[in-house]
Design a protein around this ligand. Sequence first.
Ligand code: FNR
Length: 383
Amino acid sequence: PPLHSMINVADFEVVAKGYLSPTGWAYYAGGAEDEVSLMDTRRLFRMITFRPRVLRPVEPVSPAVKIMGYPSSLPLYISPTGLGRYAYPNAESVLACAAGKEGVIYCMPTTSAHESVFAARSVANQPLFFQLYTTRERVKAKAMIKKLEALGAKALFVTVDSPVLGRREADERIKVADGIEVSSGGVAKAGSMGLLNPMLSWEDLKWIRATTSMPLVLKGVQRSPVLFTFYVQLERRSLTRSLSQTVEDAVLAYDLGVQGIVLSNHGGRSLDGAQAPILTLLEIRNHAPHLLSPTIRDKFQVFVDGGFRRGTDILKALALGASAVGIGRPFLYSMTAEYGEAGVRRLLQLFRVEIETSMALVGATTVEQLVPEMINSERAESE
Ligand code: FNR
């Protein structure tokens, strides 16, 4: 179908399903095991509603934000996704190029042709982020970090939710159908080309922190009570500058000099049963609202990803205090059917229209005006 007939994410998804090989579709669309987390992540958005303000002049509307200090024309970034080639040749370069033209940031995955992606930037000084899966060998991880630093990556997103690969049964079934024997025991075989590191620990993160000057973001944080402790520590430390012994995960994160976290369950692909990331955001909102306050955003940002398909989904996260959201699968789908760069740009423009329209309809002309009072999350929280 002609590109102009695509008017939302779901349209691209339908086209992608028809276009992709069974292997490609299974890999992109699938989630872990019973896909409870995958479905829940979408379902929860429906349980959160708006409480819009009326009679507020809403022209012009600006959905621009800063992400890790870099301007973004939209309150979203393109999440790192592997194996883009099922959708389009050199998919990661296409994503980088399209992102530049639309003024948004792309976070490239570990498994991309790093130099080519940088070469594909379409705007001078276009910021690119890099997602890291650390290998077991520090030598290799260090070489990769140093290479990306030299190329000019502006932030390092370290994925922490996948010490092993989640069991994605759709992928397994395709392998079985192709006559490939699927290992029935142990997680090691699923070690994804040796990229994942089952031994990844806080010690490694300390080491990563010491290895690079790039801002560090932990991708795949799912626990909020820990973050509460974190905030208290953050506040105390900034007052006293004390560097006392740490006790909780997030305190460690702060000690490590982390500049951000992504609340994520890896798009429902790692631990099935992990809660919808928007719920984690709600928990933070309830128990540690200061963590989401605009005043700490130059030090520390909270991002969220998983299941964002509509401008309204994005608005809900922003109103609850997220700095921006990550979006994965839709951009893969947007490149299929030979749409390539034009498809990605079209999808970004559709997101822009949806975001601007719904901002006007809730009564906000800037992202700062999206506030928790505009959200009714009672149903989501009472489940
Ligand atoms: C991913 N994701 C991912 N994350 C990561 O840190 N490194 C990676 O290489 C990949 N690869 C990958 C491939 C595919 C096909 C998908 C769908 C996802 C997870 C990704 O960054 C992000 O967390 C989710 O995709 C967000 O959910 P949505 O927007 O896809 O629902």
